[in-house]
Design a protein around this ligand. Structure first.
Ligand SMILES: C[S@@+](CC[C@H](N)C(=O)[O-])C[C@H]1O[C@@H](n2cnc3c(N)ncnc32)[C@H](O)[C@@H]1O
Length: 196
């Protein structure tokens, strides 16, 4: 499923990707209406759940699937407005059973870039199954200037990498590069795709 023992990282508290709150790219997008009217959302691999909690606070009925029991336990305790489920977010049937059907928004942040590149195509399969026609996939694209030759995680991720795994989606927004995380020297940018 994953080449990283994510649970061990949470147990050890070795989680430099976790900024202790939602990323500003998401809160700005929510505040400016870039993600549209609040509806249903799914956030794969959302860890301790800060972004998911921001979605819920903005009115989105939000479900998370993460495979770390420690992260899911933390998130469940701190963010009761979100439905956190332990499991494999790359299993579309399992995810659809948790969300109760297709969603309006799939929110990715440091999930796609954490996956071994050989698994990226499965995100496209998930998006095709899970996002309703007209719905959105939005992503905090990171680390955009990380050379692919340096490996990962986080693996190099540019908007074109998500384009390559999506079928039937059009990229409708690509934000400017910004530096968000003091633990990493690489840039983020928000990108949004709409399902046709
Ligand atoms: C780099 S962390 C990012 C966590 C969170 N998005 C954040 O920004 O704090 C990657 C997360 O993906 C989860 N993960 C990795 N593979 C997964 C899978 N197949 N299904 C569900 N969660 C997965 C890990 O447990 C971990 O919480």
């Amino acid at each position: 499923m994953s080449e990283v023992d994510w649970e061990a990282r949470y147990v050890a508290g070795d989680t430099p990707w976790d900024q202790g709150g939602p990323i500003p790219l998401l809160t700005d997008a929510l505040a400016t209406g870039l993600l549209g009217e609040a509806g249903s959302a799914f956030a794969p691999g959302a860890g301790r759940g800060h972004d998911a909690a921001a979605l819920a606070a903005a009115g989105w009925a939000t479900t998370v699937v993460d495979l770390s029991p420690t992260a899911v336990g933390y998130a469940t305790e701190h963010y009761p407005a979100v439905r956190f489920v332990l499991g494999d977010a790359l299993d579309p049937d399992f995810v659809l059973a948790q969300t109760g059907g297709q969603v309006d928004l799939l929110w990715d942040h440091t999930f796609f870039c954490a996956l071994p590149p050989a698994l990226r195509r499965q995100v496209g399969v998930l998006a095709a199954a899970l996002v309703r026609p007209g719905g959105l996939l939005a992503s905090g694209v990171f680390p955009i200037d990380h050379p692919p030759s340096e490996g990962g995680p986080p693996w190099s991720y540019r908007p074109e990498d998500m384009d390559a795994v999506l079928d039937g989606f059009e990229r409708v927004h690509t934000g400017d590069p910004v530096h968000l995380n003091p633990h990493f020297s690489f840039h983020h940018r928000l990108a949004i795709w709409r399902r046709g």
